[in-house]
Design a protein around this ligand. Sequence first.
Ligand code: HEC
Length: 425
Amino acid sequence: MKSSSMSVTFLLALSVLSNVSVGLIFLSCSSKETKPGQTAAGTAATATANNGVALSSTMQKLKNALENLLPDLADSKGFQDPANHDRLQKEIGDLAAIASKVSHNPIKEKMDPSFAFLSEGFNEEINRASEAFNTGKVEFARYSLMNVNSFCIECHTRTSTGPAFDSAAIDQKLSKLKPLERGEFLLATRQFDEAAKQFEAILENRQERFQFLEFDRALRYVLAITVRFQRDPVKTEKVIQTIKSSPQAPFYLKQAALSWEQSVREWKDERKKAGKKAPTSDELLAKAENLIKKGRQEQVGISDRSGDVDLLRGLSELHQLLVTSLDKNQLGHALFLTGQGYEAIRDLALWSLHENYFESCVRRVPHTTWALSCYKSLEESLIMGFTGSAGTKLPYDVQLRLTELETLAKPETIPEEESREHRTK
Ligand code: HEC
């Protein structure tokens, strides 16, 4: 289900072999923290008080724990060496303990709904790794831990909020890592500029052809930074030029780059025309809808990436909206579009995110037309996902969940007796 840098296929294979369940996690909550000095439409809950401080120190601890563990993760032999077992066990246990604080942080009630399921997924991934390590499946634990970064990164690049740190010189401990791994660590710890440099170096590398997976991931990360977090068309344009002139970029990405160029042109035009007045939620929603629609239309075939710039822009707007107070109709609409956006983006690292949004939509605005649309998309995705690899039958727990969600999605039926009472009153 999830994967890291150079191990996409390997991990996918492992997941199938060891029958790791597809973690579909559902929880719900409302808005998300916005730091002062950051733009957010209708800056809702500014949860900087006690919760914010607690989250920030938990995050700093996560950073330290990851920093300690990473060099070991990069070294397969050392990781398996019994001499390191006790120390690693302790470090993984520490990481798991801190991760569980993230998912239990009361701040999640005030955040974008994705905070809840991303923190749950993050927690699960670490627990799975910890359990694997403790039962001797050391190599599996190592791959699983390498994927933990994806959660940090997804949370931190949802939109243009939160702190960005400058990097000191790369720590000695991290020098063992490959450029992609180093970039992932820097991005996971919000050192955006330095992370972008690592990824750009991979994109500019003219020696190693056919490192497609690495190239593809580096590109995804750079675009997550320049489009979603920094919202910077000029930097995005530079990346596109790099792809166009790269002798090692695969053809499908060069093709996509042509479409991205057009997206960036439109982005710049929009900026020129934009008025000074802050847009309303409805205006933002319309803009996001347009971007997601356009991104989906630009895709030719399911693995095509031509829509990525528009999709990422749309998602950045949607996450910004999801921290504000929306009425039911707006919330349902926003969650539906977010699900569609992630579905189209198809990021292998966290490939079932769209299902989380569709599910959260059904739960947050039950018995509405949005709930029905979201349910339909979720059902389709699950059926497509489970047929193919594991036969044609949905696992029992998934069947149960679908039944529950279907009831929530459909129009509310008033029980016979109650409706009779209503009539007689
Ligand atoms: C569920 C979402 C989520 C996950 C998972 C997550 N973070 Fe964060 N992180 C946040 C949020 C929210 C902030 C606060 C910044 C903001 O307002 O967006 C933050 C802030 C930080 C900060 C800055 C803290 C400060 O000093 O203000 C660091 C460092 C950090 N995270 C590291 C990590 C690392 C390392 C991981 C993974 C091992 C991780 N985070 C996983 C959501 C997450």
